[in-house]
Design a protein around this ligand. Structure first.
Ligand SMILES: Cc1ncc(COP(=O)(O)O)c(C=O)c1O
Length: 401
């Protein structure tokens, strides 16, 4: 007899349903210029160094390299993460850090530990769809907090929280923000707003989940200390990743928080340990690599691509379109005139040879019809230019049509 799955499902799974993400990618048109991938560019993958490190590291550590737990080089990896965090102003011991399977796992663990069905979670709008999907999976009630060119709008946030308090409403548990070079907008939260965010978290008792996947990739302007570096009262859970500075496929990330929070995240991380093989290989690789030099090369690679994207937008986009100007990271956020629908244009764009992402999946409340995320991280500059020219052609046609 067929199983009555509905009866067996968890409340969370029942609530979530089987619907995929909105605005998903078309599987067709594989030859189209990929402005949808949030991947590092192909030349940046250190294939030879990584394979050499793989062979050497596994042999060096012996069977323990691929046992549960891992051996020396797996620990070296954790040590190097701590060193890197210190460079970014987050000086901490290992009891404040948890190595995870990508920062996605860290975000999921935060949900697992803090989010019950119906809990209020504030999310920067727009925000990374993977983060939004984690909150959705746990049944959070997501409430958007608008972002602009200077990052999350703290004044509006403060007014909303004060209003909730005055009306005796329950307070949010978490605020999710991508403070540096937001995915998808490319915008960075400025220093004064960062200070205000920390004050609001203190005042209203919520945690800030700072997602810093792109923080090391500033190619213009001055670094702004991350929230994790300025946190004085345990308000911040800072998550980071190797995905954008090495390769997403190594699936290595981390969470930094108070020792108590880290212990709780670890309890919920019932996965047998973050891949010892990946930690060993990447530990061995990083030991032999000048990471600062690598980061400089990457930043230049992304700066050149960002410039190509901005020049093409300026040259080709019709009047009424506007876009952000990222100082780092992977993304430009395009806004088209009201009345157009980005989802409606995807197929035509793909047929003509370019695949961007539509904006809807980056909002928790169905907005985004007037937006595209243009990822300049992966194609070469000439393809970025051509891709944007094609997008502009389709948009212009819709405007005229
Ligand atoms: C803002 C943001 N956070 C987290 C992730 C997930 O990264 P990871 O590969 O470390 O799980 C991504 C990947 O695109 C991202 O853009």
């Amino acid at each position: 007899m067929a199983k009555d799955l509905e009866r067996l499902l968890s409340d969370r799974a029942r609530l979530r349903g089987t619907g995929g993400v909105v605005g998903g990618l078309s599987r067709r048109h594989d030859e189209a210029i990929p402005l949808h991938y949030g991947y590092p560019y192909p030349d940046s993958y250190p294939l030879e160094d990584l394979s050499r490190a793989a062979a050497q590291s596994i042999l060096e550590d012996g069977p323990e390299a691929i046992n549960y737990g891992g051996a020396e080089l797996a620990e070296v990896f954790e040590g190097l993460v701590l060193d890197r965090l210190a460079v970014r102003g987050i000086a901490c011991d290992s009891d404040r850090v948890l190595i995870t399977s990508g920062s996605s796992q860290a975000i999921n663990l935060v949900c697992s530990v803090f989010v019950d069905i119906g809990d209020k979670v504030l999310v920067e709008a727009p925000s990374y769809m993977g983060g939004l999907n984690s909150f959705r999976n746990f049944g959070a009630e997501m409430i958007p907090v608008e972002g602009d060119a200077l990052g999350i709008r703290t004044e509006e946030l403060g007014a909303m929280l004060a209003d909730w308090r005055a009306r005796g409403e329950t307070m949010p548990k978490i605020l999710y923000s991508i403070t540096n070079f937001n995915n998808p907008s490319g915008c960075t939260t400025c220093a004064p707003r960062r200070g205000e965010l920390l004050e609001l978290a203190r005042e209203y008792g919520f945690l800030i989940l700072e997602d810093d996947a792109y923080g090391e990739l500033r190619f213009e302007g001055e670094d702004i200390p991350c929230l994790g570096a300025s946190d004085e009262d345990g308000s911040v859970i800072h998550v980071g990743s190797m995905s954008k500075i090495l390769a997403p496929g190594v699936r290595l990330g981390w969470a930094v928080a108070t020792p108590e929070i880290i212990r709780r995240l670890n309890v919920h991380k019932a996965d047998g340990g973050t891949s010892p093989l990946a930690r060993t290989v990447v530990g061995g690789y990083l030991q032999e690599t000048d990471l600062d030099a690598r980061l400089e090369t990457l930043r230049e690679g992304y700066r050149v691509r960002r410039d190509a994207a901005l020049e093409a937008l300026e040259a080709y986009m019709p009047d009424g379109c506007s876009w952000t100007r990222p100082e780092g990271g992977y993304f430009v956020w395009l806004t088209v005139p009201a009345g157009l629908d980005s989802d409606d244009m995807l197929e035509e764009m793909a047929e003509e040879g370019v695949k961007p992402l539509s904006g809807r999946q980056f909002y928790c409340d169905g907005r985004g019809a007037e937006n595209f995320r243009i990822s300049y991280s992966y194609p070469d500059p000439e393809d970025i230019r051509r891709g944007i020219e094609i997008m502009a052609r389709v948009i212009r046609r819709r405007l005229e049509g």
